[in-house]
Design a protein. Structure first.
Length: 132
């Protein structure tokens, strides 16, 4: 499990590096489904919208099924009998994938979220898998 970050200010070059990375990973792992966490339009930037559009175009071109989920979707649908909190979502994922227990414990003790993006990505994949 890994979270990939792209440091530096936004530019066309950064957009291209992100897209090249996504395409490379999709090719390498023969991806057939892709799940995205999307943010509220009020919290989104023009550049993020451009990135999501490029990912959508790439997925369509490569016949990759694309699902989009909000944070609310992830908390609501990631696990059964949950109170729909981020902690419940992470706990459900940890029960399903015990190898993540260490990261879950660390995240619960962190003042600033570090592993949350990874847990959100796994939740998005689980929900997308349920929908298929």
């Amino acid at each position: 499990w890994q979270v990939k970050t792209f440091k530096g200010s936004w530019s066309k070059e950064k957009l291209n590096v992100i897209m090249e990375t996504i395409v490379s990973l999709c090719d390498h792992y023969q991806v057939t489904d892709l799940a995205l966490k999307i943010v509220s339009p009020l919290r989104s930037s023009k550049n993020l919208v451009i990135l999501i559009n490029r990912i959508s175009e790439m997925a369509e071109k490569n016949k990759i099924h694309l699902s989009r989920f909000t944070v609310h979707d992830l908390k609501l649908k990631a696990g059964p009998n949950s109170k729909h909190s981020v902690d419940d979502m992470m706990e459900f994922i940890t029960e399903k994938y015990p190898v993540l227990k260490r990261e879950y414990i660390k995240e619960r003790n962190n003042l600033n979220p570090y592993y949350l993006k990874m847990f959100e990505a796994i939740a998005a994949a689980l929900i997308a898998e349920k929908k298929r």
